[in-house]
Design a protein around this ligand. Structure first.
Ligand SMILES: [Fe+2]
Length: 414
């Protein structure tokens, strides 16, 4: 073999007579298609003139001629003479983007740089170097796409044929070959190549669409969560309208409860939900008269019974919530006055029967109430409030929550 690399072999160009093609006929009877689907589509029609298949592509709703004749084909052969006759054959079929090589190394390099759609390997007597080139050619399509290789050979032995096919040849023809058969094999291999390109393009389009839709869904979910959180805050603000001090209390309790939730090892999402839901723990007080809420002295037993109803009223306000956040808020509203020893209200639950978020809220709520002035009491010093919390461990409060509360920065909570 020589080291010659011929960009193209000068040969007489085929001049096809201009007559209406099937494509022209179809275009005349079919208006330009406007597909609702943005993805490219391929429609295969039978060409009655030569019995072969004619590819027609629909892209952006417009019918396009097949890409057959645009195929880039590399011809690799023993001599310039053998390649010349093959080139002439392909040009007579309308193929014009042809490159020729008579040396294995140059042929593989050309395949890597030019990215052909088809390789025709024409070896009169397949030798070891020629067969090894087959596997290198197959690997040269490093874009992961199928590169068809047609092998022509004068060696009819099973050994050579099977070896060629195992090394990457997609089709095998014996010399002397029938020119029409070569043309049909080339067309079929190119069709396989086009189908794979179409599939790859469609997959790429689908992946891009999937990424786009996924981002859109994530954006909508994020907006929905923000809307939920905002509505919770506005609901809490509505409940605070008749007592601004209650508003400060609910926000401080939300912060303390979230720190406690973090301290007992809850996940970030649960911590966030408790922080958002905690300010609604007394939402039921929206139905309690101001003369009770703002009464400077102690409540009578009847007034106290009425005050206790704020737990059930709050739970009714938040009932049947679909969102996790609303369900957490409902549990906190209903159970935040339950006691670890079962002496609380409204249901007298004890220990783990009380939802964890309500047990957390109870400690945060009482600490804040003790350390701030109310119409009926003065503000306790932090150490006295902490002592009271410790005293109520395993009575009013969950001992584990009290232990976690002990470690919090109490000065920052008041
Ligand atoms: Fe309460």
């Amino acid at each position: 073999m020589t080291l010659a690399l011929s960009p193209s072999v000068p040969l007489p160009r085929h001049r096809a007579s201009r007559r209406p093609s099937l494509f022209d006929s179809l275009k005349s009877v079919c208006p330009p298609l406007r597909s609702a689907q943005p993805a490219p589509q391929t429609v295969l029609h039978q060409n009655p003139l030569d019995g072969g298949a004619l590819d027609l592509r629909i892209e952006d709703g417009v019918l396009h001629r097949a890409r057959h004749r645009e195929a880039k084909i590399i011809l690799v052969g023993d001599t310039d003479e053998s390649l010349g006759s093959l080139c002439e054959l392909l040009r007579s079929d309308g193929y014009s983007r042809l490159r020729c090589a008579t040396e294995a190394y140059a042929a593989v390099n050309l395949a890597r740089s030019w990215k052909p759609d088809l390789v025709i390997l024409d070896l009169a007597r397949p030798h070891r170097a020629g067969l090894e080139m087959l596997s290198k050619m197959a690997q040269a399509a490093d874009d992961g796409l199928f590169l068809p290789i047609l092998m022509l050979s004068g060696d009819a032995s099973d050994k050579v044929r099977l070896r060629a096919l195992s090394l990457g040849a997609c089709d095998f023809l014996l010399r002397p070959f029938n020119p029409s058969e070569v043309g049909l094999r080339v067309r079929n291999l190119l069709k396989a190549r086009w189908c794979q390109l179409e599939l790859s393009e469609r997959n790429g389009w689908l992946e891009a669409k999937l990424r786009e839709r996924t981002l859109e869904i994530e954006r909508l979910q994020s907006e929905l969560k923000e809307a939920q959180a905002e509505m919770i805050v506005r609901l809490a603000l509505a409940a605070e309208m008749h007592d601004p001090e209650t508003g400060h209390h609910t926000r401080r309790v939300g912060l303390s409860a979230s720190l406690l939730a973090q301290s007992v090892g809850l996940h970030e999402r649960e911590v966030q939900m408790i922080q958002l839901a905690a300010p609604l723990h007394d939402i039921g007080k929206i139905a309690i008269p101001d003369e009770l809420l703002l009464k400077p002295g102690k409540l009578s037993p009847e007034e106290w019974d009425e005050m206790k109803t704020h737990c059930r009223i709050g739970a009714q306000v938040l009932a049947c919530g679909q969102a996790d956040l609303v369900q957490v808020a409902q549990r906190i509203a209903l159970f935040h006055h339950e006691h670890w020893d079962g002496s609380g209200y409204p249901m007298g639950l004890c220990q783990e029967q009380i939802p964890l978020e309500a047990r957390i809220l109870a400690v945060a709520d009482v600490f804040d109430a003790l350390t701030h002035e109310r119409p009926y009491k003065h503000a306790w010093p932090i150490d006295e409030a902490l002592h009271e919390i410790e005293t109520q461990s395993a009575r009013h409060f969950d001992p584990q929550i009290v232990a976690a509360f002990r470690e919090l920065p109490h000065e920052e909570l008041v």
